[in-house]
Design a protein around this ligand. Structure first.
Ligand SMILES: NC(=O)c1ccc[n+]([C@@H]2O[C@H](COP(=O)([O-])OP(=O)(O)OC[C@H]3O[C@@H](n4cnc5c(N)ncnc54)[C@H](O)[C@@H]3O)[C@@H](O)[C@H]2O)c1
Length: 250
């Protein structure tokens, strides 16, 4: 029996990178999934999962509170309940203070903070009704340990941690566990896009600054998310786990 057998799970931004790896690993462990993404054509990226019948795709912009209703409705109609939310979707903008605009700043807050608030608020009554559940919020190592870049990204992710800590205390009496992951450099679709025409060389070079000597893979983040979502982690809430090859210390 899988670690998440029969659990009803929502993964946002689950058609690429860390989110897709989470959806695949959670399906392997027996979860029934609602996977979200920004446009209809993104469903193609998780075709095998959809064809297996274990997952359904919902088009959603996580920053829009009104779009959360259809995500939650789909999960409840299809799976009868909600047990787990993985607030994975986020966006990054790396610009120094003299280049970043107020619009960039607001966009980072929307993508990395407001979206997580909307997601937690939308699933909360369903988790209470289910007698508890798990929320895993995807922050970033940069929230914890500044790299001197990400003028709007880092503070948005840091504020997300404040939100998660508060929700962990508020949810505890209802059996709702809220945990945060802090990925370091993870070789996701987003990074591959940014690496341009020499992805392997870029990957190797970036890995040199990491104590374990390489960048991480989305599947390595997904295994931690599976654990936090599972009953194996039933006494763990309010924690923040770096998944970074030791970078937090370096
Ligand atoms: N990859 C890393 O090195 C790294 C490090 C730290 C934190 N993170 C965090 O992990 C999460 C996933 O990042 P990734 O690297 O896998 O990115 P990615 O670009 O590979 O995938 C992100 C997915 O989320 C979707 N998405 C983005 N905004 C959305 C929105 N508003 N609504 C719905 N879907 C949306 C994208 O379309 C994409 O499919 C993000 O929150 C990111 O900040 C990533």
């Amino acid at each position: 029996m899988g670690l998440l057998e029969g659990k009803s799970v929502i993964v946002t931004g689950g058609t690429a990178g860390i989110g897709r790896a989470c959806a695949i690993a959670m399906a392997r462990e027996g979860a029934k999934l609602v996977v979200t993404g920004r446009s209809a054509d993104r469903a193609e990226k998780i075709k095998p999962l959809l064809e297996s019948g274990q997952a359904v795709y919902v088009q959603q912009d996580t920053t829009r509170e009104d779009e959360w209703a259809k995500v939650v409705d789909t999960a409840v109609k299809r799976h009868g309940r909600i047990d787990v939310l993985v607030n994975n979707a986020g966006a990054i903008a790396i610009k120094p203070l003299d280049k970043i605009t107020p619009e960039d700043f607001t966009r980072m807050l929307d993508a990395n903070l407001h979206s997580v608030f909307c997601g937690m608020k939308a699933v909360w009554p369903h988790l209470v009704k289910a007698g508890g559940g798990a929320i895993i919020n995807n922050s970033a190592l940069m929230a914890e340990r500044t790299l001197g870049i990400g003028m709007a990204y880092a503070p948005a992710k840091a504020a997300q941690q404040g939100l998660s800590r508060t929700a962990a205390i508020e949810g505890a009496p209802a059996g709702i566990r809220v945990n945060t992951i802090l990925p370091g450099l993870i070789w996701s679709d987003g990074w591959i896009r940014m690496a341009g025409d020499k992805p392997e060389e870029t990957k190797t070079n970036l890995g040199k600054s990491i104590p374990l000597g390489r960048v991480g893979e989305p599947a390595e983040v997904a295994e931690v998310v599976v654990f936090l979502a599972s009953d194996e982690a039933k006494f763990i809430t309010g924690t923040e786990i770096p998944i970074d090859g030791g970078k937090v210390l370096a």
